[in-house]
Design a protein around this ligand. Structure first.
Ligand code: ZN
Length: 459
């Protein structure tokens, strides 16, 4: 251990205490922790982050005026575009930029940007991971060590890998960490992936949600003999409910997803009841708003606005994510008290502007697919104001003409006259350079071209 790692190791150990049981804490205690973190973060932001100093001064507010998460609503809602235009206004001056971990995100919404994380925040995230790792440990029967395979587009530049690298600079880990990892690439041929899984025999498989339809679709179609993990975890984008059911029912592998973004690493996690995400509200206060930014009534769908009370490099308070969801008021049967958010609707969504005032909401577009059996994955790319290209990945044996005619009817009803709909059945939906498969790709308002490279590949 290097002397400089002594402090880091002690810090991580202090953060780890009580994390695996934290989701069962009384909600009042969680909210008290949340308020304490709000006060600390606003004071910090006012001192070190230009945007918050300017904004509070302009609004005649002082840091002491922020006592609970409700008070964060007094700040303007920060949009992705505003961050992208001037990221340095949100960057803390407490440390030089080189001290932070820079994570570049391609953005499924076509807004590439870089976000910075400080090492203490990264260490806290590692500790907070115990909240969902406890579920994996339960499923595995609490072994002393286990094997995990991670499949990413470029493993060496993936967020988990960069985070591990930063942690190891600041924190000393014993050589036997208990988890042995294998990294594979999403672009490798599926036969190669299967062969490597059969050799390594992982207990846990971790992938991006958009990879599930491709991989399990392949296993289902070919019947290839593949070692199956005891649990599958995934993040980033959502996978369709159909593909989740296939993995759980046909392959018998429990699935646990996480709600995570580059802006906020650990928003929430799925438990073994599979009803939605338990929200880490003490770390990331979350509210749901309509398109005008007003709170939606309880239980109604709205856009997710979060505040990150962990990261002290890029500081984002009252930040709108491009996600739609609703809160689930009923308590979860698993006994965890952290509130539940529904799975996301239309993540990585674009609105489809058909011109002359007609706009298709991404949730409406999703609805056309999710009410049909046998659709594993889909993508709608707007090629022009009057032309939509639809790619669909369906289960083998599904009546494609039936799916096609239902989709055509649905789209014609939603779009009205004068819009051409092309529907193609494909084996694989191409991902963006960032490895994502956005379900809906609209036109960029600037160029009138599809907002991601995916669109170009499809045309
Ligand atoms: Zn639960």
């Amino acid at each position: 251990m290097r002397p400089s790692q002594l402090y880091g190791s002690a810090y991580l150990a202090s953060q780890l205490r009580g994390q695996s049981r934290y989701p069962f804490r009384p909600l009042t205690a969680v909210l008290a922790d949340q308020s304490r973190r709000v006060r600390a973060m606003v004071a910090y932001a006012y001192r070190y982050v230009p945007f918050y100093r300017e904004t509070l001064d302009r609004l005649g507010l002082r840091p002491q005026d922020f006592r609970t998460a409700r008070d964060l609503e007094r700040l303007p809602v920060i949009e992705t575009e505003a961050y992208q235009r001037d990221p340095d206004r949100f960057l803390s001056t407490a440390q030089p930029r080189e001290a932070y971990l820079a994570i570049r995100t391609s953005g499924s919404s076509g807004h590439p940007r870089t976000l910075y994380h400080d090492w203490r925040g990264v260490a806290q995230n590692a500790a907070h991971a115990e909240r969902d790792r406890a579920l994996v440990a339960d499923l595995l029967g609490h072994p002393r060590s286990y094997r995990e395979t991670v499949i990413k587009r470029t493993p060496e530049s993936s967020t988990p890998h960069l985070v591990q690298q930063m942690l190891r600079r600041h924190v000393w880990f014993p050589t036997r960490m208990g988890i042995e990892r294998q990294y594979l690439r999403t672009l490798d041929p599926l036969e190669t992936i299967v062969a490597q899984l059969n050799e390594f025999r992982p207990h846990v498989l971790h992938v991006n949600g958009s990879y599930l339809a491709l991989f399990f679709g392949y296993l289902h179609r070919t019947g290839a003999a593949c070692h199956l993990p005891r649990v599958l975890t995934y993040g980033s984008e959502g996978a369709s409910e159909t593909i989740r059911r296939l993995i759980m029912d046909e392959f018998g592998v429990p699935v646990l997803s996480a709600y995570q973004t580059t802006e906020a690493f650990k928003l929430g996690f799925e438990c073994d009841q599979h009803v939605g995400y338990h929200l880490n509200l003490d770390l990331y206060p979350l509210r749901l708003v309509n398109s005008e930014g007003q709170a939606v009534p309880d239980g109604e769908t709205g856009e997710v606005v979060i505040s990150n009370l962990v990261n002290r490099a890029t500081v984002l308070l009252n930040y709108r994510l491009n996600d739609l969801a609703h809160l689930i008021p009923e308590p979860c049967p698993c006994g965890r008290t952290l509130p539940l958010l529904s799975f996301l609707q239309g993540r990585g969504r674009d609105f489809l502007d058909l011109g002359s005032g007609r706009v298709l909401h991404p949730a409406l577009v999703d609805g056309l697919f999710t009410n049909q059996e046998g659709i594993w994955q889909y993508q709608v790319v707007q090629k022009s104001r009057s032309q939509l290209a639809v790619a669909v990945l369906v289960a083998p044996g599904v009546n494609q003409e039936g799916v096609r005619s239902k989709l055509l009817t649905g789209f014609r009803e939603a779009c009205g006259e004068g819009v051409t709909i092309e529907i193609a059945f494909v084996d694989r939906i191409p991902s963006t350079p960032g490895g994502k498969v956005p379900p809906v790709v609209g036109l960029s308002p600037d160029t009138n071209e599809p907002t991601t490279a995916t669109g170009a590949q499809l045309s």
